[in-house]
Design a protein around this ligand. Structure first.
Ligand code: ACO
Length: 434
């Protein structure tokens, strides 16, 4: 990756009476950054930023978010345009390679993915080691990490062809692994990939067809699946992506680094939120109970949070949530589920929260997870699978960010520092004197 930041003046830092000039750098969009790389060397002080709320950890050319304006761009293209006009494989090509593909490039890309959807038969035996009721994310973490053992060549990050192949393999095999996880939980036979289908339809077929009868792909539902994948494809330096970058910064196998990303995504503050949100909607049950839950969410002494609301970066309506909302309506119309109580609760909850002073003041808008759970539930996925589907879609983002990091000439092993507040140095005390 060619570094493209531009110098844009300096910032002054005064430490204990001594002044230091720090370079300020500009990117294409977004706030300028104060380059603090020399702060420790020159001032003998660290900077302190738990949760990285003020820290840009890398330069990236893949995704841009303006949280205040509710903008999300992949390689410059707005997410709503991609969701409306593009397809997931096309978005994968864009995120991985930087440009929308020509018709021929897209065909080649899709064909190559289809060449890599099958799993090594030995990998199928991993599943038997798990309990039938294992959480799908536990299985996914283990299987993606274990896949590293089948592709040792990908360890050589200098080998660009291996790296390219590793990226394609991950994107191609993830749907097969995720569908097998669902089948394993259900106690059903695995369904192999079929090359006549597109990416989303193939995944749905592997999830929902059974040996006893044909499964008919509903194009509207396959489109909704594809859109779910597009909306989750990348989201700049979120927790799981930063985890992938950090894990890979040591030179770890890329599949192991992606497994670390899967593990990070699992949590309810990140990818697990759509499952938690649907649980919450079911718990609320009927619209008349909404005020009770709103009050709980506002109560400082109650740890309860309204799932599907709020975002570290978006302090405006999450642009993905807008598309997800429309898609939820399309799916429920198609399946004749519009009058389902859960949708009524969701609509009413959204309306009340958007008018409530607490949520307005704290800029807590519905996030992408608020509607995605409703869609996935209607498509027939068990709640425990929701985060797995997110991981499937996010794989392209993880891989693209990992590759970008490896290509960055300024790349170093990620190694944050700390402010130590433990015991001061003291002498060892013999056991009989304690
Ligand atoms: N319900 C009620 N209050 C909330 C909520 C919520 N969902 N979210 C934030 N707040 C309040 C906090 O209590 C805090 O109040 P305070 O300033 O009085 O202490 C304030 O808003 C700021 O919250 P933080 O936790 O500091 O904000 P942060 O940026 O760290 O958190 C997060 C973002 C984790 C997403 C949070 O909004 C949350 O927990 N939401 C619910 C879970 C969820 O939907 N996560 C999905 C995120 S999207 C994704 O991963 C794809």
């Amino acid at each position: 990756m060619e570094n493209k930041t531009k110098p844009n003046g300096t910032a002054k830092l005064e430490v204990k009476g001594k002044s230091y000039d720090l370079p300020v750098l500009s990117g294409t969009h977004g706030p300028d950054v104060i380059d603090i790389r020399r702060v420790y060397g020159e001032t003998d002080h660290f900077t302190f930023d738990p949760g990285f709320t003020s820290t840009a950890s890398c330069e990236s050319q893949i995704t841009f978010i303006d949280g205040d304006k509710g903008i999300l761009l992949h390689r410059g293209y707005p997410i709503d345009q991609l969701a409306e006009k593009s397809t997931f494989p096309e978005v994968c090509h864009l995120i991985l390679h930087g440009e929308l593909p020509s018709a021929v490039e897209l065909q080649d890309f899709c064909d190559e993915i289809k060449q890599h959807t099958l799993l090594h038969t030995q990998l199928d035996r991993f599943f038997d080691g798990f309990r039938r009721d294992s959480h799908p994310m536990a299985m996914l973490t283990g299987i993606v990490g274990g896949m590293a053992s089948f592709y040792p060549g990908a360890m050589d990050s200098e080998d660009l062809e291996e790296r390219r192949l590793g990226s394609i393999r991950l994107i191609a095999k993830m749907p097969t692994i995720c569908a097998r996880i669902l089948k394993y939980n259900l106690g059903q036979r695995f369904v192999d990939p079929r090359n006549q289908y597109d990416y989303a339809s193939n995944f749905m077929n592997m999830c929902f067809s059974v040996v006893a009868e044909d499964y008919e792909i509903n194009p509207k539902l396959a489109k909704a699946m594809d859109r779910f994948f597009i909306l989750h494809a990348d989201h700049e330096q979120n927790a799981s992506t930063s985890t992938v970058r950090l894990a890979a910064s040591s030179g770890a196998h890329p599949f192991a680094a992606v497994a670390a990303g899967v593990a990070c995504l699992w949590g309810p503050s990140h990818g697990g939120a759509n499952e938690a949100c649907l649980n919450m909607l079911h718990e609320i049950g009927t619209a008349n109970r909404i005020p009770e839950f709103i009050e709980k969410a506002k109560d400082k002494d109650d740890p309860f949070r309204l799932m599907g609301f709020g975002h570290r970066v978006y302090k405006n309506y999450d642009p993905r949530a807008k598309v997800m909302r429309a898609t939820a309506h399309e799916v429920l119309d198609e399946l004749d589920l519009r009058d389902t109580p859960i949708l009524k609760v969701a609509m009413e909850l959204e309306r009340i929260a958007l008018e409530d002073e607490y949520f307005i003041e704290k800029k807590l808008y519905p996030n992408v997870d608020f509607y995605s759970g409703i869609i996935l539930d209607a498509l027939g996925f068990p709640k425990q699978m929701f985060t797995v589907l997110f991981a499937l879609a996010r794989t392209v983002g993880w891989v693209a960010q990992l590759n970008e990091m490896l290509d960055d000439p300024t790349q170093k092993i990620g190694r944050p520092r700390q402010i130590y507040t433990g015991h001061a140095m003291r002498d060892y005390v013999a056991i009989d004197k304690r």
